[in-house]
Design a protein around this ligand. Structure first.
Ligand SMILES: [Zn+2]
Length: 462
């Protein structure tokens, strides 16, 4: 039997209550004990983790693994190494590959390949629409049966209202989330960076905040309509269901359930206006969740001047007030999680200048350091909230009931952090691509050891 004992780490998990120095025993891929002073059983590997912080494994709900079709930039193997080095034990791969993941047999093939090649758990989001073209929904039920963990047309926005509402209802019946890249492309036009002082100074076409907020507003309205007057069997608590769901009127169930007709997750929020829209929607009981990314909490449009195309992504880096609003949203519970939107590109593509280079930056290897430096050490939120943002909440979003906590019975997916590591981000990276916006920046805190299913998949040198 495979056994691993982590000794004397500071365990950070809201489910366990206050943080304490504890030992954790993993047997056969599951956590079996977590307490002080565990005696190692016979044949057990022992790790001395004094001074390290032990988190439930980080879960990245938004990443681009680039396989199939983009293997020059990344493949499942390099993706897994980069994830492990960043303390990410589970990632959700987006379907904007070549070909796109809109077909159950392709999805099955990719899952089998990832199982062999990828060092961390790789889940797959399937496309919402065929060919990601926005015209007809995919065979969502078949894709779910083939193992899709979510649905999205990420990279593009599903703008069709009727299609989105139908997708929300069908996904809801399978208890799967719909992820939206909320961007009104008519408003984006030829824009390449945020519309503001920097785009004007550099003479570049800008992307307004309205391109994001108007799409967020429309998506929230669709979520409201998808749930209007609708009762799904899953949305009714057991006792009520036993009373005979057929006899229930919409008025007899609590408001939040009555309104539920889908689980909408908004990807990569970048500006203050979007945070406010989500805050209000949540207050009104809508089942919406939201993510932001490390770059939006650490960088602004001003960084584009020196960083060039490594600072070009969608949505674009905004202003200081937006950065602050996102951090406030993370701290007060409005924004549920941080996802990397890891988007590797070959150097030759990123060398084409701000107008022509593709959008996207890498993020797996720097997420932990950026979050620790700019959120925890900066005093904006504590470690327990970070555990929610990087592990518990993405686990809930993706329905991973055995992940997101260090409690006995859970999968032994662990991220150990060295809080004393201080370093400058520099290539080489484990990722095949090096389009990181954090190159040359100093960070504090890094993944020290990463464990997936009880196996050590990464150990930091030095
Ligand atoms: Zn996107």
């Amino acid at each position: 039997m495979k056994k691993l004992l982590i000794r004397r780490a500071l365990a950070v998990d809201p489910a366990l209550g206050p943080e304490k120095v504890r030992d954790l025993l993993a047997e056969n891929g599951r956590i079996t004990r977590i307490s002080a002073g565990i005696t190692p059983p016979r044949g057990c590997a022992v790790v001395d983790a004094r001074g390290k912080w032990l988190f439930p494994g980080f879960i990245d709900a938004h990443a681009h693994a680039r396989e199939p079709g983009g293997e020059k930039a990344e493949d499942f193997r390099s993706f897994g190494l980069a994830a492990a080095a960043g303390g990410v034990t589970t990632a959700l791969a987006m379907p904007n590959t070549t070909p796109p993941c809109d077909d159950p047999s392709l999805l099955k093939k990719l899952r089998a390949r990832a199982l062999k090649k990828c060092a961390v758990n790789l889940l797959f989001a399937a496309a919402l629409t065929k060919g990601r073209a926005g015209r007809a929904l995919t065979s969502m039920e078949e894709l779910a049966a083939a193992g899709a963990a979510a649905f999205t047309d990420d990279g593009g926005w599903l703008a069709g209202r009727r299609l989105l509402e139908e997708a929300l209802r069908r996904a809801w019946d399978m208890d799967l989330p719909v992820l939206q890249h909320s961007e009104d492309f008519r408003l984006t036009g030829p824009g390449v960076i945020n519309l503001g002082p920097v785009s004007r100074r550099l003479g570049l076409p800008g992307i307004s905040r309205a391109a994001e907020t108007s799409a967020v507003r429309a998506d929230l309205a669709s979520l409201r309509r998808a749930g209007a007057g609708r009762l799904s069997p899953q949305s009714v608590p057991g006792a009520l269901r036993r009373a005979g769901a057929g006899r229930l009127s919409p008025q007899s169930v609590p408001g939040a359930l009555r309104r539920a007709g889908g689980r909408l997750h908004l990807q990569h929020l970048s500006c203050a206006g979007s945070v406010e829209l989500v805050r209000r929607a949540r207050a009104a009981g809508l089942p919406v969740t939201a993510e932001t990314c490390p770059h939006y909490i650490a960088l602004t449009e001003a960084d584009v001047v020196s960083g060039g195309t490594d600072m070009k992504m969608k949505p674009p880096l905004r202003a200081e007030a937006d950065r602050r609003a996102l951090i406030k949203g993370l701290a007060d519970g409005t924004v549920d999680m941080i996802a990397t939107d890891h988007a590797p590109h070959p150097a030759a593509e990123k060398a084409k200048g701000l107008l022509r280079a593709p959008f996207g930056v890498t993020g797996l290897e720097t997420m932990a350091g950026v979050c620790l430096t700019h959120l925890v050490f900066a005093g904006h939120l504590d470690r327990l909230r970070l555990a929610e943002l990087l592990s518990l909440n993405p686990a809930r979003l993706l329905g991973l009931h055995l992940k997101g906590s260090l409690a006995p019975g859970m999968d032994a997916d662990l991220t150990l952090i060295d809080p004393s590591a201080e370093y400058e981000v520099q290539p080489p990276f484990f990722s095949k691509s090096s389009n990181s916006p954090f190159k040359g920046r100093r960070l504090r805190g890094a993944a020290w050891m990463t464990v997936v299913g009880g196996d050590i998949v990464f150990r930091r040198r030095g």
